[in-house]
Design a protein around this ligand. Structure first.
Ligand SMILES: Cc1cc2nc3c(=O)[nH]c(=O)nc-3n(C[C@H](O)[C@H](O)[C@H](O)COP(=O)(O)O)c2cc1C
Length: 236
């Protein structure tokens, strides 16, 4: 296996960090690697908010479903889907054909793609420097609170949050198994899995996932945020 494949294969979500602060040089490398990621039309429809203030980290540790380890990270990057900059620029330059045009849902989805593609580059760059990370999906919760905390204007959505810190010395990585490849990769066309295949794929975990994820308070809270985004973007 080459170095890149090894790094990808050894990565785990890291939730225990060495006390050492990540060096500026390493953080710059992580951020620059994120910016190197592909972006739709090279429009770079995202922004990155770099959090180092422990007080903000503590607030995020509470607002993101009370996950104390968030407050112990060395650095946090919040990847914000961002059409605000383009929208303001277009408006300033009088470029919109339709009067009062708002960014569309299509632009929102494209900005989502840009945002998450960039964030994963940051993860891999971190791993290559001995720095682990963990995505925090709960940044999508408490939309109003996060909007205020991070000073987010309309047409921005805090989509991806990553905590970063050096791997502790002798950290024992526990690799989590994925579903069997045959359930994920289909040849040429989509394959609708039958009842037996779905049972085999999800094993006994179906109920647990339903209660912990799909039917959770988080999902309800997230749904409220999503409704808000679709209301703000794309509607005249
Ligand atoms: C979109 C997304 C959101 C996540 N949110 C959280 C989170 O809020 N807290 C957490 O501890 N892990 C979070 N994770 C990490 C997953 O739990 C983890 O990736 C998964 O269990 C597989 O483990 P691995 O990353 O070690 O392979 C998130 C991962 C992704 C991709």
């Amino acid at each position: 296996m080459n170095e890149t494949l090894k790094i990808i294969s050894n990565r785990v979500s890291l939730r225990h960090y060495d006390k050492k602060k990540i060096s500026t040089e390493h953080m710059n490398k992580i951020i620059e690697s994120a910016i190197e990621a592909p972006t739709a039309g090279n429009m770079v429809m995202y922004s990155i908010i770099h959090i180092q203030d422990k007080k903000t980290m503590q607030k995020l540790a509470i607002s993101c479903d009370s996950q104390p380890f968030i407050g112990t990270a060395s650095d946090i990057l919040i990847f914000v889907a961002d059409f605000n900059k383009w929208n303001n620029y277009y408006k300033n330059e009088g470029m919109y054909l339709e009067k009062g045009r708002k960014p569309k849902n299509a632009e929102m989805l494209l900005s989502f793609e840009d945002t998450m593609v960039a964030s994963e580059n940051a993860v891999i760059a971190g791993e290559s420097l001995g720095i682990g990370s963990c995505y925090i999906g709960d940044i999508l919760e408490n939309y109003k609170y996060h909007k205020e905390l991070l000073n987010l204007p309309e047409y921005t959505i805090p989509l991806g949050m990553l905590t970063f810190g050096y791997y502790p010395k002798d950290y024992k990585r526990i690799k989590k198994k994925r579903f069997d490849k045959k359930f994920i990769v289909f040849d040429e066309k989509y394959k609708n899995l039958d009842e037996e295949e779905l049972k085999t794929m999800f094993k006994s975990k179906g109920k647990e996932f339903y209660n912990r994820k799909t039917n959770s308070d988080f999902m309800k809270n997230f749904e409220n945020a999503v409704e808000q985004w679709f209301k703000n973007w794309g509607r005249e």
